[in-house]
Design a protein around this ligand. Structure first.
Ligand code: ADP
Ligand code: ZN
Length: 738
């Protein structure tokens, strides 16, 4: 091989050819990182192909190979290329997602420390002499002799009570040698995991597990495990992973966002406590150094189990046997910046490339996945019962319209919910209260002139946060001191309306003065450790009522929680998003699923102004199939996904007219070249018209042939130039429609 085709970092993604100098031949492979000259400078690049010949005139040689082995496997390279085509982005952007920044740059290495060891046997005569002439040197020698191994220099000096000069003297004498050694940074340092044995599977689990094993032994199609909350899905994942390890293979387990599910990480770490070094954890809270070490631990084959959030789908494991996607319906699997990939879909694809089993699991599968299962693209597995005959929680709907006696606004915690919480407090059981909105009140307005405190950068009203006495924009973070009279008309009456978690906390504190109450939302969970602390306090019974946003909705398992209250179930229902109903159903089912996971049966109170909405009624009856059937029919009628593929194009600009004009131009171009079976919407202001100071316009396309559409789209976009201050983005399979 004489030439290498590479993609240069930070380039548009065009492939360039370079000659491989003879001395580097053999070391340059597909997936290698190299340094190349680009015009007058040097740049890093990734090799995507080796060539016998190149027709490029004036070809220049590579300058360097980085590292001693390729860092991108053929399958990951293939995944990156697929992403670029499917999600309509440059290959370079896709490759950026596949390789962590810290690895691409290569400017962080392993952590090194200096260690000292004795170079020879120490005889009594030497020691005696040292003790007489240089007691500190003697102490050092003594300490090393006792340790019988090398010691980190810092620890050695401390233990011996000696200084560096003494050590240097010993090195000069040839008695002691120092050398640097590599130490791994461990993100879970100081935590101990107690080995947890597998549970013997119950009847339903046994049947499901047989299918999982069959798929591991001979992968055919992805599996979708629909198991109600508490049916023991995690146990299936863990035993599946064990089986894969027994076969000498490796496994990836994706979880929605690691910060949100420390319990899952803990369960996995404990199950595999005996092989801690073979478990790698990848998530957004790692330091650069930790990420570097975890990545290399995977790439050099030391780690065989990877658990992580969406980007862990790119973990450079070899010989993959299983990819698990826990809570596959979760929106956080979708990346909201380029490349806008969906990790669940990439899991299915990578599984096909690697010829390994893929197991998607959820209590509320996404309609896309469920559709794939009912049409035979995936294999459907089900678990309808909770383990140990635990019952599904009983769900009561509280009609808030009837709570508003005589026209006054109903109280935020209804009478029935209050009584239920009281009963739990009396029995020393725990309650969870859920409200998907933080802050104290969601808007602040003037009764006299109608003024509303709105964000100057975004088209939303500001939320009042009482603890800081500030009004805050939840989109861009803009904040200001809360006014105590109207800034416009100077009237003294300022009205707070809408309820957030901070307000609920205050009300609950007043209603139950003796209870211990903790709030868990983005405002109270500011430190890295706070989440774990509160969960531990809750699990050990130090908290009676846990109140919070979606942070508490998912994946948590507390046996002593017998009551869940959903303060307002209607919150997400009226969003301008075709998934609004699905999201509400999922959220209610997941939140309700936190109740009754121990020996005592659970109860759920759902407060709502629209108690007859299908999403609420189906959730109440634990009827996933009923919901899926009705929702699927509705999507079919309106040609929404999964019946069509959707593409959302957004134009953003500080200049309203220019943003609008750019999208109109694109719209006109697209109209001329659109492939068949594609519908093109009209350019329109986005539901969130302005954000971070930019006006936003949307254009929605729906198609039955996404490949053709993205090809046409790329071509059109390549030829068009937009004004400099207009940003146009393409989102294939969008989840964020605001
Ligand atoms: P899911 O993930 O479906 O919500 P989990 O896997 O969290 O359910 O299981 C709920 C609880 O039941 C966990 O505490 C788990 O350890 C326990 N469990 C799971 N399988 C079994 C089993 N076969 N026998 C006994 N307990 C089990
Ligand atoms: Zn804002």
């Amino acid at each position: 091989m004489k030439f290498a085709r590479v993609i240069v970092d930070q380039s548009g993604g065009t492939a360039l050819d370079y000659a491989i100098p003879p001395e580097m031949e053999g070391r340059v492979q597909t997936g290698s990182r190299v340094a190349v000259p680009v015009r007058q400078r040097q740049a890093f690049a990734t090799v995507i192909e080796l060539l016998e010949e190149s027709e490029v005139p004036g070809i220049r040689p590579l300058t360097k190979v980085v590292g001693d082995r390729p860092i991108l496997s053929a399958n990951l390279l293939r995944l990156a290329r697929w992403m670029a085509t499917y999600y309509c982005c440059p290959v370079e952007t896709a490759m950026r997602a596949v390789l962590p920044q810290v690895i691409r740059k290569g400017n962080i290495g392993f952590k090194q420390r200096l260690a000292a060891r004795l170079t020879r046997e120490i005889d009594a005569a030497l020691l005696a002499e040292l003790e007489r002439r240089a007691p500190k040197q003697a102490a050092l020698v003594e300490t090393l002799r006792e340790a019988g191994a090398s010691l980190p220099v810092v620890a050695l000096l401390k233990a011996a009570g000696a200084d560096r000069a003494a050590l240097t003297a010993l090195v000069r004498k040839g008695v002691v040698a120092t050398e640097s050694e590599t130490i791994a940074r461990d993100p879970h340092e100081g935590e101990t995991f107690i080995l947890a044995a597998p549970h013997p599977l119950n009847a339903e689990q046994t049947e499901v597990f047989a299918h999982v094993c069959a798929a591991i032994d001979k992968p055919e199609k992805p599996l979708l495990l629909h198991g109600v909350t508490g049916s023991g899905k995690t146990e299936i994942y863990l035993q599946g992973i064990q089986r894969v390890l027994d076969r000498g293979q490796s496994a990836i387990m994706l979880v929605p966002e690691i910060a949100l599910t420390p319990q899952t990480v803990e369960r996995l770490k404990s199950r595999f406590a005996a092989m801690q070094a073979e478990v790698a954890v990848l998530h957004s809270h790692l330091s650069e150094g930790e990420r570097h070490d975890e990545w290399h631990k995977i790439n050099n084959g030391q780690a065989r189990i990877v658990i992580g959030a969406r980007s862990a789908i790119f973990a450079p494991l070899e010989n993959l046997g299983l990819i698990v996607v826990d809570e596959e319906h979760e929106n956080s699997y979708k990346q909201e910046e380029a490349p806008r990939y969906h990790a669940r879909d990439l899991a299915v694809l990578r599984g096909a490339f690697e010829k390994c089993a893929v197991l998607l699991g959820s209590a509320t599968p996404s309609l896309e996945s469920f559709h794939n299962a009912t049409t035979g693209k995936y294999q459907l597995l089900r678990m309808a019962l909770r383990v140990d005959d635990r019952k599904m929680p009983y769900i009561r709907i509280i009609d808030l319209r009837q709570e508003s006696h005589g026209g006054e606004t109903p109280s935020i915690i209804s009478e029935k919910l209050r009584t239920a919480i009281d009963a739990r407090l009396a029995r020393k059981e725990q309650s969870i209260l859920f409200l998907n909105r933080r802050g104290f009140s969601t808007s602040l307005s003037c009764n006299a002139c109608g003024y509303v405190a709105a964000c100057p950068n975004c088209s939303v009203s500001l939320t009042f946060h009482r603890a800081e006495n500030r009004i805050v924009c939840h989109i861009c973070g803009h904040t200001a001191i809360a006014p105590n009279k109207c800034p416009d008309c100077k009237a003294p009456g300022i009205k707070f309306s809408g309820v957030g978690t901070e307000r609920v906390e205050e009300i609950v504190n007043k209603l139950f003065p003796k209870a211990t109450i903790r709030r868990m939302d983005a405002d109270t969970m500011t430190r890295k450790e706070s989440y774990r602390e509160v969960l531990t306090a809750f699990r050990t019974g130090k908290i009676d009522i846990l109140l919070g946003t979606q942070m508490i909705a998912k994946g948590l398992h507390f046996p002593n929680v017998t009551l869940v209250g959903i303060v307002n179930a209607d919150m997400g229902l009226h969003m301008p998003d075709f998934r609004a109903g699905e999201r509400t159903f999922q959220l209610l089912t997941q939140v309700a699923g936190r109740a009754g996971r121990g020996d005592v049966e659970g109860e759920v109170f759902v407060q709502s102004f629209t108690p007859h909405h299908p999403a609420i009624q189906f959730a109440r009856h634990h009827d996933y199939d009923g919901f899926a059937e009705q929702e699927t029919e509705w999507r079919r009628q309106w040609d929404y996904p999964p019946f069509s593929k959707m593409v959302l194009i957004t134009a953003r600009s500080a200049h309203q007219e220019r943003g609008k004009f750019s999208l109109e131009t694109l719209h006109r171009r697209l109209k001329e070249v659109l492939p068949a079976h594609t519908t093109l919407g009209e350019p329109a202001p986005a539901p969130l018209e302005k954000s971070h100071g930019n006006y936003r316009f949307h254009l929605i396309l729906r198609t039955r042939s996404i490949q053709k559409l993205t090809r046409v789209l790329s071509e059109v976009l390549e030829k068009l130039t937009f004004p400099e201050d207009v940003t146009v983005t393409v989102d294939v399979d969008p989840y964020q429609l605001l």
